[in-house]
Design a protein. Structure first.
Length: 595
C-alpha cells in the first residue's frame, strides 16, 4: 500500500470514529481538570459566591422546598432572599447528588455532584463545535476545533471546571449549539436546535441575550439573502416560541410571575414568544423579491422593539433595576461587569488573542466562500464572532463566550494555513511555520509570551488580601463557627453564601441585586456609626457578628468609611454591646456575640 493510500485510510478512520475521538478529548480534558482541582474537590471549595448559592438552592430543593419557590430562606430571614435563578440548572446537580447517595454519604455525594456536573456541558460543547467545524470546513476539522477548546480557550474552560456549578457553563453550551444549528446543512433540524437552545439559555438567565439577538437577526438576514433557507427560519421561530413558553411554565418561580426585567418574566416571555411566531410567519409567503423580504423583516423588528418599549418601558434601562445608591456602592464596582479597556494591557491582550483570530478567520472564510452555498453559513458566524469580541468593550465577563464563538473562525484559519505551509519547499517553513501558525491563530502564542513577562510584584497589602480571601471561606476556618448553635450571623455580603452553604447558620445578605435593601443594610452597618450598626443588627435579629480582616470587602469599608463601625472594629476598639467569642489562635476570622 503506497503512502497516499495509507494516509487516506487513516483519514477515513478518523472520520468514522470522530464521535468517540471527541469523547476521548473530553475525557482527557475532564481528567486533567479533576487532577488540577482535586484539592478543591476534597475540601468542598466552591470557587464563587454563585457556586455556593447554587449548592444551597439544590440542597433546599432536595430537602423539600417547593419547585417554584426559589427564595433562599437562610439569607435575610424570615422572608428570605429573592433569587432570579432557574431550576433548570439545578436538575443535573440534584440528579448526580441523588445517584451518588445510593453509594456514599451526603457530603461525599455533594462533592461528586459539584465535581461532575460542570463537566457534562463541556462534552456537549465539544461535540457541537466539532459538528459545526465538520459542516463548515472539513470532516476531520472537528478534532481541531475540539483541541482548540481543550487547549486554548482558558477563560471558557474555567466555566466547566469541577466545583464551578453556576449556570454560565450551560449558557455557553447553548450558545455553541446555536452556532451548530446555523452550520447544520439540514435547515429544519438546524432551526429547531437554534430555537430550543436560545429558549433554554433565556430560561436560565439573560446574560447571553445579546448573543441570542444576533443569532436570531443573522437567521432572518440569511433567509432574506437565501430564501431557500426558509425552513431554518420557520423551525427556529416555532421552537423558540414553544420553548420559551414551555420553559416559563416549567421553571419560572413564583417571584418571576410579575413583570421583572432580569429574567424570563411575562415581559420577556411575551417578547420572545412574539419574536418566535414572527420568525415562523415571515417565510410562509414564498416571495422571490429580496426587497420584500428585507422590508417585512425590518417591519417585524420595529414592531417588536416598539411593543417592548411601550409595554415594558421600565426595562429599557439596566435589567437589575437597582437603586442609584446600590449601583454606585456595589454593582458598578463588580470586576467582571467592567469593560475590557479598563484592564491592564496584559489582560486585554490575553483576552482578545483568540477572539481576534476567530473574527479574522470567520471573515476570511466568508469572503472565500463567495459564490457558494457556504457564504450564507459563514456570514452569520462571522457576525456572531465579531459581535462577541465587541461585547468585551461592554463587559469583560463576555470573554468565555467570545472565545467559544471564535473557535470556528480560528479553526478555519488554521485548516487553510497549515496545509499551505506544509506544501512549501522550505523545510523551515514546513516545520517552524506550522507551529507558529497554530500558536498565532489559536491565541496560545500570545498566552505563552505573556507568561514570560514578569508581572508587577505583589505588595504586602495585596498578599494579605489574597490570603484572607483564600482562607476565610475554607472548611477548617468555618468549622468552629459551624460547631456553635444555629443562629443568624451578621457578616460580609460576600461571605453570606459560603456561610449558609457549609454551616447550619443563617446570614443577612449575598451579592444578588434583587435584595438591595439587605445588601445596603450590611453596607450601612459597617460604614455607619456603631450605634447605627447595633440598630441594624438587632433589626435582623442577628446574635453573632463575624468578620474576615483584610478580605476584599473589608478594604472597601475601611477605604470608604475610615471612622465607620467596621474601621473601628478592625482597629481593635471594644463596644459594650459586643462580646468577643474565642476562636482558634490561627483562625482568619473574628467573631463577637451581640449582648
Amino acid at each position: 500500500m503506497d503512502e497516499a493510500a495509507a494516509q487516506q485510510r487513516f483519514v477515513d478512520l478518523l472520520d468514522r470514529h470522530w464521535r468517540a475521538l471527541i469523547t476521548l478529548v473530553w475525557g482527557v480534558t475532564a481528567g486533567t481538570m479533576v487532577w488540577y482541582r482535586w484539592g478543591m474537590i476534597r475540601w468542598f471549595s466552591l470557587p464563587d459566591t454563585d457556586d455556593n448559592m447554587r449548592m444551597s438552592q439544590v440542597r433546599a430543593l432536595l430537602n423539600g422546598q417547593g419547585w417554584y419557590d426559589l427564595r433562599q430562606y437562610k439569607l435575610n430571614p424570615p422572608e428570605g432572599f429573592n433569587m432570579h435563578w432557574s431550576r433548570l440548572v439545578d436538575l443535573p446537580i440534584a440528579g448526580l447528588d441523588l445517584i451518588a447517595r445510593l453509594f456514599v454519604s451526603g457530603p461525599t455525594a455533594e462533592r461528586f455532584a459539584a465535581a461532575v456536573a460542570p463537566m457534562l456541558p463541556l462534552w456537549v460543547t465539544l461535540l457541537a463545535l466539532a459538528l459545526a467545524a465538520r459542516w463548515l470546513i472539513a470532516p476531520n476539522a472537528g478534532l481541531l476545533a475540539a483541541a482548540f477548546v481543550s487547549v486554548c480557550c482558558m477563560a471558557a474552560l474555567t466555566m466547566f471546571m469541577p466545583m464551578r456549578i453556576d449556570h454560565h457553563n450551560w449558557q455557553l453550551t447553548f450558545l455553541v449549539l446555536s452556532i451548530a444549528g446555523i452550520a447544520d446543512p439540514n435547515a429544519r433540524r438546524g432551526g429547531i436546535v437554534m430555537g430550543l437552545a436560545s429558549a433554554a439559555s433565556v430560561v436560565i438567565g439573560l446574560e447571553l441575550l445579546p448573543f441570542l439577538v444576533i443569532v436570531g437577526a443573522a437567521t432572518v438576514l440569511r433567509w432574506v439573502w437565501q430564501p431557500d433557507d426558509r425552513q431554518r427560519l420557520s423551525g427556529y421561530g416555532l421552537s423558540l416560541a414553544v420553548g420559551c413558553a414551555g420553559g416559563y411554565l416549567a421553571f419560572a418561580s413564583y417571584d418571576n410571575a410579575i413583570p421583572r426585567c432580569d429574567v424570563l418574566s411575562p415581559v420577556y416571555l411575551g417578547t420572545m414568544v412574539a419574536a418566535g411566531w414572527l420568525a415562523w410567519l415571515l417565510p410562509q409567503p414564498q416571495r422571490g423579491d429580496w426587497k420584500w423580504r428585507f422590508g417585512a423583516a425590518g417591519a417585524g423588528g420595529l414592531v417588536l422593539i416598539a411593543g417592548f418599549a411601550l409595554l415594558a418601558p421600565q426595562c429599557l434601562g439596566r435589567p437589575e433595576q437597582v437603586s442609584p445608591e446600590l449601583y454606585n456602592s456595589w454593582l458598578k464596582n463588580i470586576n467582571e461587569f467592567k469593560p475590557l479597556y479598563t484592564k491592564d494591557w496584559q489582560t486585554m491582550a490575553g483576552t482578545l488573542a483568540l477572539p481576534l483570530a476567530g473574527v479574522v478567520g470567520a471573515i476570511f472564510a466568508t469572503l472565500r466562500a463567495r459564490g457558494s452555498s457556504k457564504f450564507a453559513v459563514w456570514a452569520p458566524i462571522a457576525l456572531i464572532s465579531l459581535t462577541s469580541m465587541l461585547l468585551l468593550l461592554w463587559q469583560t465577563r463576555m470573554g468565555p463566550a467570545a472565545q467559544l464563538a471564535a473557535v470556528p473562525g480560528a479553526t478555519a484559519l488554521t485548516w487553510i494555513a497549515v496545509p499551505a505551509l506544509r506544501r512549501s519547499t522550505s523545510v523551515l517553513t514546513r516545520t517552524l511555520g506550522v507551529v507558529v501558525a497554530f500558536l498565532l491563530f489559536s491565541g496560545l502564542g500570545v498566552q505563552i509570551v505573556l507568561g514570560q513577562i514578569p508581572g508587577e510584584k505583589a505588595s504586602a497589602r495585596s498578599k494579605a488580601i489574597d490570603r484572607a480571601n483564600a482562607r476565610c471561606p475554607t472548611l477548617p476556618a468555618m468549622r468552629p463557627i459551624a460547631a456553635l448553635p444555629a443562629t443568624t450571623i451578621f457578616t460580609f455580603v460576600d461571605l453570606g453564601p459560603r456561610l449558609i452553604t457549609i454551616t447550619h447558620h443563617k446570614a443577612i445578605a449575598g451579592p444578588y441585586h434583587r435584595n438591595g435593601a439587605a445588601i445596603l443594610d450590611v453596607h450601612h452597618a459597617f460604614d455607619g456609626t456603631p450605634e447605627n450598626a447595633r440598630t441594624i443588627i438587632k433589626q435582623h435579629k442577628a446574635t453573632l457578628v463575624m468578620t474576615c480582616p483584610n478580605m476584599s470587602e473589608s478594604t472597601v469599608y475601611r477605604s470608604r468609611s475610615p471612622n465607620g463601625f467596621y474601621s473601628q472594629l478592625a482597629a481593635g476598639k471594644r463596644f459594650d454591646w459586643l462580646e468577643p467569642v474565642a476562636l482558634p489562635a490561627n483562625s482568619p476570622l473574628l467573631l463577637w456575640r451581640v449582648k
